[in-house]
Design a protein around this ligand. Structure first.
Ligand code: FDP
Length: 390
């Protein structure tokens, strides 16, 4: 009862704050319509008259958890002042690593309502079922709580990636099972990511296009800022950890060389951009166009990235934005998962770029001759000859 009263007061305060905010905006400049993520989700739900609201609630819970994580991420630089992992902070609480913290927050925020059948997290070895005594819902949530976390101490953008499926196991049999988690990516009903960067953005799809929201920290609301994101058919950026060049197979090596050749018609050479934080690299390429590759290597024959927590949700978003995502041979969303933490190579981004990369990977395409190179080499030979004559 008490919790209910608090929730009502909270909603009233939020309403008043939003009203004040809109009034302030309208005083100064012409205001474009402001759409919060909650409203957007409700509008999308209206397209399905039989929807019970459970799915919208689950998405709202994910949004709430993301706000909690963001609150902690922006304080990351204070860890040195407040205490390192394992020590006590000034409030006498143990300081946890941010990825552990993010994982806990997601499990708490979603687990609290029991609106899910089963969850899987990149940070947990096994599945997570609803708490004892809570009913289990009909949805499955898979998430990577803090992707790119090795970058966090350097203030580089990190993110949360999530995807939602309908359970396939019988609901009357109790909580969901591992089979509910091992569905093909094409079965996703929603996917999204939150990027904690210079601003915080949440990008999601329910199969009705891709929409981006930016957090306004003054009111704590995600506001629609990027409606119907579409990615260019061809870009000018390539993102790959070239430090591993010697471990790449020939196809990817040749593709990199192809991107570095000069050709006006195809806007080559491309620019290399690699943050090393998948969400951030993917987000930039989604907006500007280009390709992100984490290929199989001689050291890691299945690549590094996780199919369920990283590749599938980003592939769903990418396709919805008009892009393409494969493992170099197969469409990511068609891969039948066999285990929770399965890895996959990933080629993702602008459709035409990914198609060409696949051709190199599959050995169907060879490097064109560098038209500039041959005349340059001939000139060098002539120069050397004239030196010898002298
Ligand atoms: P991180 O290890 O920092 O969490 O899959 C995780 C990930 O980062 C991705 O975000 C990132 O794209 C990739 O690993 C970076 O791996 P490399 O250092 O091997 O390039």
């Amino acid at each position: 009862m008490c919790a209910f009263a608090f929730a009502i007061v909270g909603e009233i305060c939020k309403f008043i704050l939003l009203k004040l905010y809109f009034q302030t905006l309208t005083k100064g400049e012409t205001m474009t319509e402001l759409i919060t993520i909650e409203r957007h989700i409700i509008e999308q739900q209206k397209r399905y008259p039989s929807a019970t609201g459970e799915f919208s609630q689950l998405l709202a819970d994910v949004t709430f958890a993301a706000k909690l994580v963001r609150r902690e991420v922006i304080r990351a630089g204070l860890v040195d002042i407040l205490g390192a992992h394992g020590s006590m902070n000034v409030q006498g609480e143990e300081v946890r690593k941010l990825d552990v913290f993010a994982n806990e927050k997601f499990i708490q925020a979603i687990g609290h309502h029991g609106r899910f059948a089963v969850m899987g997290s990149e940070e947990n070895e096994g599945i997570i079922t609803p708490p004892e005594g809570k009913a289990s819902g009909k949805y499955v949530l898979l998430f990577d709580p803090l992707d790119g976390s090795s970058n966090i101490d350097a203030n580089v953008s990190v993110g949360t990636i999530f995807s939602i499926y309908k359970r396939v196991s019988d609901p009357s049999s109790g909580p969901g099972t591992i089979q509910d988690c091992l569905q093909k990516g094409s079965q996703q009903v929603a996917a999204g990511y939150v990027i904690y960067g210079s601003s915080v953005m949440l990008v999601y799809t329910t199969g009705q296009g891709v929409h981006g929201f930016t957090l306004d920290p003054t009111i704590g609301e995600f506001l629609l800022s990027h409606e119907n994101i579409t990615t260019p058919k061809r870009g000018k950026i390539y993102s790959i950890n070239e430090g591993y060049y010697r471990y790449f197979f020939d196809g990817v090596k040749k593709y990199i060389k192809y991107l570095q050749q000069e050709d006006k018609a195809t806007h080559r050479p491309y620019s290399a951009r690699y943050i090393g934080s998948l969400v951030a690299d993917f987000h930039r390429n989604l907006l500007y166009g280009g390709i992100f590759i984490y290929p199989r290597t001689k050291k890691a024959p299945n690549g590094k990235l996780r199919l369920l927590y990283e590749a599938n949700p980003l592939a769903f978003i990418c396709e919805q934005a008009g892009g393409r995502a494969t493992d170099g041979y197969r469409r990511i969303l068609d891969i039948e998962p066999e285990e929770l933490h399965q890895r996959t190579p990933l080629f993702i981004g602008s459709e035409e770029d990914v198609k060409i990369a696949e051709e190199f990977e599959q050995g169907l395409r060879e490097l064109e001759h560098d038209t500039e190179l041959i005349p340059k080499m001939l000139a060098e030979v002539k120069k050397a000859e004239s030196l010898l004559v002298k």
